[in-house]
Design a protein around this ligand. Structure first.
Ligand SMILES: *Cc1c(COP(=O)(O)O)cnc(C)c1O
Length: 272
């Protein structure tokens, strides 16, 4: 690789594994296209707890996948240091405030943070990006999505829909190194299971309504505030309800191991 990160000699891509991954993602891309009705919908391949050479296999495949999503700041940072700079990383997992600044400062090709749910975290990302901008030219702002807890479940991260406007306004007005790219939700599993092509998923309805309201209050185009919703179990439903970006892991990479530190380390190093 000309950018000097991923080294062809140290990272081996197993051809059989690569073939499985390419078949899986081809089928996801086809499904996206068949429900998107000509709209552009971004696929994020969610690679958390999966080895770096899985990512490389998809990045080098004929599909040239560039958008990869990770849940843990440390795992993202490690993988980014091993893999080509041409990858656009998405931080989609629950954020700890103290991890925000280092993440934004250490990963120049961090493309989007989808899990911003407080002014404090937005400010910490802003600080990290500002520090990086002092060291190198950054052609683009760091995109961020405000995570909204549309289901009201205690254990889910995200701000309540009523607090979305204040957070979005802060990002837009007070974080010059960040770009308010959209709103994101995970949604309740029960609602995802209950929805059929004929019914609407309430979480997706709620995210869309929140987005429309925020766009109106901020005086921006609805189309300029993306909807990030839909995962393996419900990405087609999410697209039918207007999603601009889906996050798909299991359907592409297979089931994930339970998160234990040792496993994560082995997975990241590609030892499995
Ligand atoms: C893990 C994860 C996904 C992907 O989930 P799958 O069901 O494996 O597709 C999407 N979004 C978030 C926020 C996640 O943490």
């Amino acid at each position: 690789m000309s950018d000097g990160t991923a080294d062809d000699t140290t990272m081996r891509v197993d051809p059989q594994r690569a073939q499985v991954l390419v078949e899986n993602i081809s089928s996801v891309l086809q499904k996206i296209e068949s429900v998107a009705n000509g709209r552009k919908v971004r696929l994020i391949a969610v690679s958390k707890l999966k080895p770096a050479n899985d990512i490389l296999a998809l990045h080098r495949s004929p599909h040239k996948i560039v958008h990869f999503g990770e849940n843990y700041a440390q795992e993202l940072t490690e993988k980014a240091s091993l893999l080509p700079r041409s990858i656009k990383w998405h931080m989609i997992g629950a954020l700890q405030t103290n991890k925000c600044k280092p993440l934004a400062e250490q990963v120049p090709n961090l493309w989007c943070v989808s899990s911003v749910d407080s002014v404090k975290k937005a400010n910490a990302l802003e600080k990290g990006r500002a520090a990086l901008a002092e060291k190198q030219d950054l052609p683009e702002k760091l995109r961020v999505q405000a995570q909204i807890n549309t289901s009201g479940e205690e254990e889910k991260s995200g701000v309540e829909p009523k607090d979305a406007l204040a957070l979005c306004k802060h990002i837009r007005d007070d974080c010059p190194h960040l770009q308010l790219a959209g709103l994101m939700t995970i949604g309740a599993i029960a609602r995802s299971k209950a929805s059929t092509p004929e019914t609407e998923n309430e979480d997706f309805v709620a995210l869309r309504e929140t987005r429309d309201q925020v766009a109106k209050e901020l005086g921006i185009n609805e189309a300029d505030l993306e909807l990030g919703m839909g995962m393996s179990s419900d990405f087609e439903a999410a697209i039918r309800q207007g999603s601009d970006e889906v996050r798909v892991g299991t359907t592409i990479f297979g089931e994930r191991p339970a998160k234990k530190d040792a496993e994560v380390k082995a997975a990241v190093a590609g030892e499995k």
